[in-house]
Design a protein around this ligand. Structure first.
Ligand SMILES: O=C(O)CCC(=O)C(=O)O
Length: 251
């Protein structure tokens, strides 16, 4: 089932939606002129193949680049939805651009995929609502530069309610989303749409088989006491057993 693209400009409606669904979508966040700018700056970035996804290339630290992508990072930092969802003085934790040519993006969220073989509960991307405010430890803003509306274009997929679940999805479904189809939701996006995603929501993408471009920008924010993944290099470079298992099963 695909989830509709609805934008809530009212703060309470946005908070409710973010709390129960795990993300907020802002259709046409980039107007056509800004979208053209973003694509042009994207085309000038240097990409390297992603260690954990062979059909994907990544360019890190795009907030440091001069021009549009740096300015966009500052704008997202100041954006009311970023403050609304994090609920605490925040800072940027990471930024990157992604280009995916093929393949499926394994389910991930916070550090869930790293602790999945153990009894540990992932607390790295927890979120709460308390006294009418939202507190989320990691909020990733995904900005799509291409339409991704068809299954073969590799739509964003997520596990319904996983940001709220106290029982680990990977433990309940060690074989992954293939055997949890009832819980999988997908999101159709148009070029220029932005998604404020609660990183506690287990997410990935459908298998891309089309030859269409699939480009996105990502900026992750968290409260000022949170560290970025790159501050723990060893952890960040670990390929999870779960990610391998799901890839193998998917063939
Ligand atoms: O490719 C997508 O739609 C989502 C990307 C993503 O989940 C990520 O970079 O963590």
């Amino acid at each position: 089932m695909s989830t509709p693209r609805e934008h809530h400009s009212d703060g309470n409606a946005a908070l409710y939606t973010f709390d129960c669904r795990g993300y907020l979508i802002h259709p046409r966040f980039l107007n056509p002129m800004h979208l053209a700018d973003a694509r042009q700056h994207f085309s000038q970035l240097e990409f390297i193949s992603d260690a954990w996804h062979e059909g994907q290339q990544r360019s890190a630290n795009i907030h440091l680049s001069s021009g549009f992508l740096g300015t966009l990072g500052k704008e997202l930092y100041r954006h009311p939805t970023t403050s609304l969802t994090i609920g605490y003085p925040h800072h940027l934790l990471e930024s990157y651009a992604l280009r995916r040519e093929r393949g499926q993006l394994d389910l991930h969220g916070g550090a869930a995929e790293f602790v999945c073989g153990s009894d540990a509960v992932d607390i790295s991307a927890r979120s709460w609502t308390h006294s009418g405010r939202s507190y989320a430890l990691r909020v990733k803003v995904l900005i799509y530069l291409d339409d991704v509306t068809e299954p073969e274009e590799g739509r964003l997929a997520y596990i319904e309610g996983s940001h709220k679940a106290d029982f680990a999805f990977h433990r309940a479904f060690p074989e992954g989303r293939r055997v949890a189809k009832d819980l999988v939701r997908t999101v159709e996006v148009r070029a220029g749409d932005a998604i404020w995603l609660n990183e506690a929501l287990l997410h990935g993408a459908e298998r891309k088989t089309s030859s269409t471009q699939r480009r996105l920008l990502a900026y992750t924010f968290g409260p000022t006491f949170m560290a970025s993944w790159s501050e723990n290099e060893e952890h960040a470079s670990t390929t999870s057993g779960y990610a391998r298992a799901e890839t193998e099963q998917a063939g």
